[in-house]
Design a protein around this ligand. Sequence first.
Ligand code: WT7
Length: 636
Amino acid sequence: MSNYHIKHLEEYFQVYRKSVRNPESYWEEIAEEHFLWHKRWDNVLSYDFDKPEFKWFEGAQLNITENCIDRHLRTRGDKTAILFEPNDPKEKAQHITYNELHKRVAQMANVLKAKGIKKGDRVCIYLPMIPELAISLLACARIGAIHSVVFAGFSSKALATRINDSSCKMVITSDGSYRGSKTIDLKGIVDEGLKSCESIESVLVVKRINSDIHMEEGRDHWLQPLLDEAEETCAPEIMNAEDPLFILYTSGSTGTPKGMVHTTAGYMVYTAFTFKNVFQYREDDIYWCTADIGWITGHSYIVYGPLANGATTVMFEGVPSYPDHARFWEIVEKHKVTQFYTAPTAIRALGKENLDFVEKHDLSSLKVLGTVGEPINEEAWHWYDENIGKRNCPIVDTWWQTETGGIMISPIPYSTPAIPTFATLPLPGIQPALMDEEGKEIKGNQVDGRLCIKFPWPSMARTIWGNHQRYKDTYFSAFKNMYFTGDGALRDSVGYYRITGRVDDVVIVSGHNLGTAPIEDAINEHPAVAESAIVGYPHEVKGNALYGYVILKETGETRNQDNLRKEINQMISDRIGPIAKLNKIQFTSGLPKTRSGKIMRRILRKIASNDTSNLGDTSTLLNPEIVQEIMDNVIK
Ligand code: WT7
């Protein structure tokens, strides 16, 4: 029986039982047989939920890039590692082989070293989906620098907050980026952001769109000339198992973004293992995940997981709607993609378009389809199954989080029978629990509760950068000896899990995890705004959209409301990014509050969702009369 590659349902159950009965020996065998180590571990796992502290493969030494690149060179040197598909279909795709990747990562790593980057330094990467992005991650990992990728759709303020939070020494960016028919002035955004960043010593700039940009003397350097001069080999820094590999920011329900810290060995083992199984990856497959590397999905399942398996991973620079809505399907046909992994919001958007876009392309290479980021509704699931998979490709609905590092609950294709809207069963080593509000575990089937994980797994985030207390409070305080996910879930009669959505103030919009508090903070800075509350409501394409209730100051009440709405959304765009803009803004004279002054978001959510049949008991509110006013003026 192979622990590493599960091929049928019975094997899954056997492996799962073993992984739960004896997690240490289960993960030890996988780590031993499938990876390259400089020194073996002393201890597979030590943990303490109270501190909280989790250590996997302690004492081991390794470099993840040797596992993702060097060890494949003998057998797969000429195989394509990264298949780059540019924004413009007329521009040629690039096939970057493992040999070439080895060289380009070494050159990049040598440039970083020459600019003074050392083990443990933080490097911010703010790049579009071009090969240099993946290469930058790997170059950091090569020399033990900690990468912090910031999605290149975030605003200059959001970028600066993230740079400052972890005191990055360097930014790697580009002159600009292509996005469909548009270009975006990335370097301008960086320049603006860096006005409030003191830790940055240098900026490396990739030339992508040939725009005319400002280069700050002494700080900014074009990357290509430096690469051209750099040595083509770079000895890997030998890292300890628990050395940080990267920081990735995710929104919290309150306060500043949380810099989730992922470490080296456990993250590598778990992302490699889950990639192999969830996508049933075979040697000659062409795997494509449409996410951006700015999100965890891209880190784990465009870069590290696939490369650790010696896979060919597609990187797409563009958008699904350019030059038309056939772009995804055209790429699948062109590169004979075998595994296709995307988000429900993309499926819903493409499902609204004419079927001709799909039907004019040969999708017969596809073997496995995946979805991630939010619950997939039944209609979208069937559209995906029928029109893309032709009822012949298993769909893996993969549930996981930035914090979990890798996929946690998902079918294994050709093993687990899929049911639409269910993420189905936990992967080996993952022990979910459903909890009630009193903190008791709800056992048995056909139950629902708050989703927790009751045993450590190798790729869990180890802390929040600079704020371990917040890590403890957010994830390990709601339930004792458990990791709390923030999601609700139900377990059906056969033990399948269905994720029902967030139970906190995080809203998932088009697969992007947005905290409502930072958006409220942004709006409240508007001079005419007194107070605001934001909630999510169901949206056909985005999954959820944002609805804002805004109380104006007296000065605001005389102003043109449409202009105010525009200004408010512009503020959100500037401070967070366009993805956080509100779809609907209702001006109101008050917000429903409890006697202790807490906004009753439950009521606001129901009103925004047009579900006012059962608002619950509003009599305990401080201001019950406001509910009727809000309902009367709701924006449909
Ligand atoms: C939240 C995590 C993991 C990569 C993308 C998002 C929601 C994620 C699913 C799914 C239902 C899902 C959860 C989770 N979510 N996948 N298959 N079904 N909900 O990462 O930004 O950290 O967001 O996304 O609510 O908590 P993230």
